[in-house]
Design a protein around this ligand. Sequence first.
Ligand SMILES: [Zn+2]
Length: 133
Amino acid sequence: MFCTIAHHKMPAHIIYEDSSTIAFLDINPYSYGHTLVIPKIHTLNILTATDETLGHVMHTVKLVSNHYINDCGYDGITVLSACNEVANQSIPHLHIHIVPRKNDDSLSALSDVFSQTHSYDLNEGEQILTMRP
Ligand SMILES: [Zn+2]
């Protein structure tokens, strides 16, 4: 499923893209701007990825996260990646969640962040959050 997004065979609300990664809005968001970063090359998760792929993915996580904090009014981010089914990995393609946080978002415990979905207009989110060169 994420391979199809990586190869532009399925539409997504894309925030950032480079030659080896793509960042797009999660369709079941935990917060406004909840973003997934994936490598374009297929690998199951962090445990199976090469160091090179992990480097590319984390570079994009850092870039997008700093953009959200410096340009979009967020105060911090929560990062999560589930590895294997026992850890609730639902899509078998490496993806790292960026959950943008605000001081007043009332998600006090980490468990709050991953237990509440937050619906919002993803087209609007894409317009606001996209990284422009
Ligand atoms: Zn894949």
